[in-house]
Design a protein around this ligand. Structure first.
Ligand code: SF4
Ligand code: SF4
Length: 209
């Protein structure tokens, strides 16, 4: 069984926000929520500016799952971390625990008034029946059940953002790194999946995790 992961290759990201738009459009994400966003590091510093596309990384040992007081998170057989909006009480613990700022609420306010937490589903829907209207309305499209990969990664014109079987995308990145002879820039990989699974482990120096 494939284990789904994301990689964003900062050497290739051109900050076009195509991934952000693809996600919003495919999943009809609620107003005010960005399941995916593009972050620029060292903005304006010549030669050091890099952009990365950030969303839920579907962590191997997910902090959101560990802190949720009502256990609304669960993991699919493919390693995708999903949550149940019917159980969520809007406490916000997950948004504090997440190292990627992935869980978001549709409105501001104190405990219980922010609505149900929303986050990237790896385009894998939620607990409702696959492809149902109820699933789409709460979580967006279930592309994985249709045999498709997440819309953000499919839309990325430079293939900076890769989403799919972790072994396959790590191999793609490793080949790129060896060809260009510099770091893989896989920001967040070590945090989300552990250092031992870092695709940059045997690559030339300069990568981030
Ligand atoms: S990125 Fe954040 S929300 Fe996603 S699995 Fe990891 S801790 Fe949970
Ligand atoms: S679509 Fe690709 S290149 Fe464009 S901002 Fe997203 S990750 Fe970067």
């Amino acid at each position: 069984m494939a284990r789904m992961k994301f990689i964003c290759d900062a050497e290739r990201c051109i900050e076009c926000n195509g991934c952000v738009t693809a996600c919003k459009n495919e999943n009809e994400v609620p107003w005010g929520v960005n399941r995916r966003r593009v972050v620029t590091i060292n903005d304006g510093v010549i030669g050091q500016e890099k952009s990365i596309s950030v969303a839920c990384m579907h962590c191997s040992d997910a902090p959101c799952m560990a802190v949720c007081p009502v256990d609304c998170f669960y993991r699919t057989e493919e390693g995708v971390v999903l949550h149940d909006k019917d159980i969520c009480i809007g406490c916000g613990y997950c948004s504090y625990a997440c190292p990627f700022g992935a869980p978001q609420f549709p409105s501001n306010g104190t405990f219980g008034l922010r609505g149900k937490m929303d986050k990237c589903t790896f385009c894998a829907g939620g607990p409702e029946e696959n492809g149902s209207k109820a699933e789409f309305e709460k979580y967006g499209r279930n592309r994985l059940a249709e045999g498709k990969l997440p819309a953000c990664a499919e839309m990325c014109s430079t293939k900076a953002l890769l989403g799919g079987d972790g072994d396959v995308i790590a191999d793609i990145l490793r080949t790129r790194v060896l060809r260009r002879g510099k770091g893989s820039e896989v920001w967040g990989w070590g945090t989300a999946y552990g250092k031992s699974h870092n695709p940059d482990a045997k690559a030339p120096s300069g990568g981030k995790s």
